[in-house]
Design a protein around this ligand. Structure first.
Ligand code: NCD
Length: 318
């Protein structure tokens, strides 16, 4: 397609989205993918291409949607969801060497990588001359999640501007809110972001500084106030694995369920507001909220398939 800003490029960081035009482009392709899927049509433009999906951290949604996206487009897919135990990483092989190996042994045209290190996708993209998609790196970035989150928001509100977004939970370790906040700050006008977290889980200062330059932000340490004004309440889980790594499980226990979305809180929200969550949830949205019309986290998941199809096609199709 014309003016494709993604063609033959890695997608490592949400900072690569430069303008609303980039967003309009990828959302347009995602809409086309949605239409194809819903009409049951076969659309396999990537026949003959190979996509390797390599995950070093657990995943249900991101992994299956990347695999499904590549397969539905007709690509041949090598998918390993347990790289940590199946790859030579166990024997001490470096990420560079593993990426070289995957390229040589599979002839992959594209690699999708999830990895606990912040710079992993960048490293992978520098090793071979093939594009890499970041499927989540460390605590820093989850750019495809940000695209699908914004796609969900766009479809609900039919606009990118004038939105009040509240992000709740673990803003220190959570990567989804970082990519999404940066994206909204870049492409949305007259919007606000309210970050809500216990003091111990506040977003890193550097990140806040970066976002603050572009968008109006507020930080709070109590949940429930101002929820009436929000268009989107984006809940997140407290990220146990990072506490574990730092030997701070006691702190995790103390913080894990500080902010809970229950029926009562949901009902305080505007009628046409939405609740999102990248999932998995581990208690921060009660099941009783699922039947509330504002609960949009299941629709949000489906956006992942369309956006990832759109991205894979845009990168691989010349
Ligand atoms: C998120 C992640 O991996 O960062 N999950 C996802 O990709 N949907 C959020 C999380 O694990 O809490």
């Amino acid at each position: 397609m014309k003016n494709n800003p993604f063609s033959n490029k890695s997608f490592i960081s949400i900072d690569q989205i430069q303008s609303p035009a980039d967003i309009k482009y990828i959302f347009g392709v995602a809409d086309k993918m949605k239409e194809t899927i819903l009409s049951g049509k076969i659309y396999e433009p990537l026949k003959g291409k190979t996509v390797a999906v390599l995950f070093y951290q657990p995943s249900t949604r991101t992994f299956t949607s990347f695999v499904a996206a590549a397969k539905r487009l007709g690509a041949y897919v090598i998918d390993i969801n347990e790289m940590t135990s199946f790859s030579s990483a166990v024997k001490g092989e470096s990420l560079d060497d593993t990426i070289r190996t995957i390229y040589q042994t599979t002839g992959a045209d594209l690699i999708v990588l999830r990895h606990p290190d912040d710079t992993s996708s960048q490293i992978a993209a520098s090793v071979q001359n093939i594009p890499v998609i970041n499927g989540g790196s460390g605590t820093a970035e989850h750019p495809t999640q940000a695209l699908l989150d914004l796609y969900t928001i766009y479809h609900k509100f039919k606009r990118l501007d004038n939105l009040n977004i509240m992000m709740v939970g673990d803003l220190k370790y959570g990567r989804t809110i970082k990519s999404l906040a940066k994206l909204i700050a870049r492409v949305s006008k007259n919007s606000t972001i309210t970050f809500v977290s216990p003091k111990e889980l506040r977003a890193p200062k550097e990140f806040i500084k970066d976002v603050k330059d572009k968008i109006d932000i507020t930080q709070r340490s109590s949940f429930g106030t101002e929820i009436e004004q929000a268009d989107v309440v984006y809940m997140t889980r407290v990220q146990k694995e990072w506490f574990e790594k730092e030997g701070k499980l006691d702190q995790y226990e103390a913080l894990k369920l500080k902010f809970i979305m229950n029926k009562h809180t949901a009902e305080k929200m505007k009628k046409d507001a939405i609740i999102l969550h990248p999932l998995p949830r581990v208690g921060e949205i009660l099941l009783e909220v699922d039947s509330d019309p504002r609960a949009w986290y299941f629709e949000q998941m489906r956006s992942g398939l369309y956006i990832r199809m759109a991205l894979i096609e845009s990168i691989l199709l010349k």
